[in-house]
Ligand binder design. Sequence first.
Ligand code: C2E
Ligand code: MG
Ligand code: MG
Length: 726
Amino acid sequence: MQPSAHQSAELGLDGDAFDSGEYAAIGDSPWEYARMLRTLLGNLDGMVYRCRHDAGWTLEFVSDGCTRLTGYLPGELLQSKRVCFAELVHEEDRQRRRVLTERAIATRERFGAEYRIVRADGAIRWVWERGVAVFNSASGAIVFEGFIEDVTERKRSDEALEAAERRYYSMFENAMDGIFRTAPDGRFLVANPALARLYGYGSPRELIDAVRDPARQLYVKPEDRAEFLRRLETDGSISGFETQVYKKNREIIWISVNAHLKRDAAGCVMHYEGSVEDITERRLYQARIEHQANYDALTGLANRSLLNERLSQAIAHAERDAGHVAVAFVDLDQFKFINDSFGHQLGDNLLQTMAERLKRCIGKADTVARQGGDEFVLVLCDYAQADQITRLVQRIQAVVAEPWTAGRREFNVNCSVGIAVYPQDGRTADVLLRNADSAMYKAKENGRNNFQFFTAELNRHMFERLSVEHKLRGALARKQFLLHYQPRVNLRTGRIVGAEALLRWRTSRGSLYRPDRFISVAEDTGLIVPIGKWVLRTACEQAQSWQIQGLRPIVVSVNVSPRQFREGNMVQTVAEALEHSGLPARYLQLELTESMVMHDAEKFVSMLREIKKLGVQLAIDDFGTGYSSLSYLKRFPVDHLKIDRSFVKDLVTDPDDAAIVQAIIALGHKLGLRMVAEGVETEEQREFLLRSRCDEMQGFLFCKPLPVADFAAMLADSRAELSRDG
Ligand code: C2E
Ligand code: MG
Ligand code: MG
């Protein structure tokens, strides 16, 4: 391990490289300086050298580290005793080193080289050398001085790292799933080709450049994105997050995202990373499977299992809200015959058509299901009254009965319907279905194209309604309607100022029906339109005829229903009634209901203005039972407000009602309306209303609605008026 005596003397180096003995201050002796250098060189992990600029790079000096580096003792290397430096360098790398050293001479710059050496034991090691050419100006000789260290281990780990990187890069590039890194604002920082493909872009670059705002550009529901980020923030990672996104061509696909969030040392979000999978196929498949499990393949209606689920849900809701659910079993009367005689294909088509027709009849919350064969089941929510159900079932029967053409044939199909209602006919899905089914069988027994409620009570109601409807259809032609008149009087003077025409129906059996027995049926069936027209004409004629008879002119009020406005040409009907009768328009008043004014306000306000232009007066009837605000009424050209009977009834006993009535009167007066109290029956009520400055009243206290002759007699009898004069 010793440099030769000759060299050591030259360099001032001798003694043991690993010596750790005494030392002195550097300035004190040149030997101390040499000693320190020797220690440092000897301890270097690597080899310090000087070599000549000759063919073999003859070594003139090597530090002790040479043995560990090369396996040769210094003596074996110096002066190329056993091997020369050039031989030490792997033969494949030798020329490269030579080029570098020559260049270093030319440029007078340091050189660095990485190459292989062959150790004494034949092992090949990677080394890193840093050297410099040193010139002797006197002799012109050149030597190289430098340091060589073993970098085999580092080189190996670098290579391993590179290999790993190459491998991961290839995985990233060739992955089937999309891989991304995004900035906290959502913009893509990194994307792989699969991600670009998934979103329909030509390359990752195009995707990164195009998508600046993923929440809006990619997400079909931006709120999903918000949810995704929220979960990522709280949990740090998210897996299997499924959502719908737009591709570049606006096609919508389902994706599943795994992601995690990277924070910096300060805890701020640096970026998100993760992967995206296109799961559209799976979703479609799932949807198909679910659909198959819940829907009837032929008609697309809910099947038995979904029916049970929906019915149970509806029952649960009804239970909570004290509501009702009706279950209707619908069975096509002629199906079996058609199916057997004309073939199954035709039978199938018929079922499909009927399924479509049934769907048209029901509301959003309702369900139509195919129970099997030609049986359909309807789950009807929010049908509290037998009336409503009856009306719906009638519509269903009408819709089913519409002629159906297949090829050149036309079929007329009817259905039988059985109905059970929650809660009275059963509290579970099973019981309701069973009872609706048995009601349906009863309907069939009663003859086809029939329907039956499970409950006798509801059946009675339905029958009555149906019979009213049946009889009502002929009533107009048979001249069974008549009008009674109830006086409207000035509260203060008791003087008759008007009369309300109230419809009565004398049936063929002689009973006199009041409107509550038939008006709703007339409205539902549309019969109210011709009937209302008759009322209007008759009332106008009557009022005009009283005037012709010489009776004091009074205003006659006629009730009109919303349907007349919707379906009849009201303006024309009114004008014709006036013209036909010769009654001056100022003696006619129309009574509109509050709900009609409120609901169809925009549509009707112009019609009302036109009617008003004719000179006809308008009143709002039953005021206080709807939800109108008085300020809203300002927009309508109304003259009278009739306070509903229900407020007047308890006026004297209920302070709330008293306050309401007083408030309505005060506000009505502010709007310039004349106030009428309906249903005044007692003197106390009249006194209260008088005190509250109500203008007019109508009610049994003064007079019940009277037949024409009686009313005329009363009007003629001035004494009757005088006796009531306040
Ligand atoms: P309405 O327009 O509010 O008519 C007043 C109703 O209250 C009348 O019932 C009348 O007999 C009743 N009545 C009057 N004073 C008293 C009283 O002091 N006590 C009580 N308990 N009742 C009183 P009616 O004649 O049975 O008419 C009921 C409803 O039928 C009317 O209420 C009106 O909305 C409707 N109506 C009547 N005739 C027609 C019509 O020709 N066409 C339309 N569309 N509806 C009509
Ligand atoms: Mg009225
Ligand atoms: Mg009324």
